[in-house]
Design a protein around this ligand. Structure first.
Ligand SMILES: [Mg+2]
Length: 146
């Protein structure tokens, strides 16, 4: 199953000092090799400059504003042109709406953080079986409009 995967920015991919979570580029490359499409969104606005600063633009198929409440209706309001099949975020409600991974927050730069590896494993489980038994996986509650 190929998925449209949406990544949050602050404390999911970037620490408070703006540094990139270890393993991000490698994980993105593997997800794309696996046939998935990757998007970046953020509740504070379009994060194009952050994506470019970390040289991820070649791996990302779209950058959007993220709804911070009323997530399903917010997609249309904020002109997000795809239904998120899988969401990676440190904020539980949006993950529980679309399904995905509640990421361990990345506040401080840390060389030993291996959360991206864990996220990759959950995505691989989900793509293969439609679920994951690993910590952090959340099933979708929101209904995709037909
Ligand atoms: Mg966040």
């Amino acid at each position: 199953m190929s998925l449209k995967i949406f990544f949050d920015v602050d404390y999911t991919l970037l620490a408070m000092d703006g540094s990139l979570r270890p393993g991000t580029r490698d994980t993105f490359e593997r997800l794309i090799e696996d046939g998935h499409t990757l998007y970046i969104w953020s509740g504070v606005g379009l994060r194009t400059s952050d994506v470019e600063r970390h040289e991820l633009q070649d791996l990302v198929s779209g950058i959007y504003k993220k709804p911070i409440y009323d997530f399903v209706n917010g997609l249309e309001l904020l002109k997000v042109p795809h239904w998120p099949d899988f969401v990676i975020d440190d904020y539980p409600e949006i993950v529980e709406t679309f399904g995905g991974v509640l990421a361990r927050p990345y506040f401080f730069r840390s060389q030993s953080d291996d959360e991206m590896e864990h996220i990759y494993a959950i995505i691989s489980d989900f793509a293969a079986t439609g679920r994951s038994g690993r910590v952090g996986y959340r099933a979708a509650r929101g209904k995709r409009p037909v």
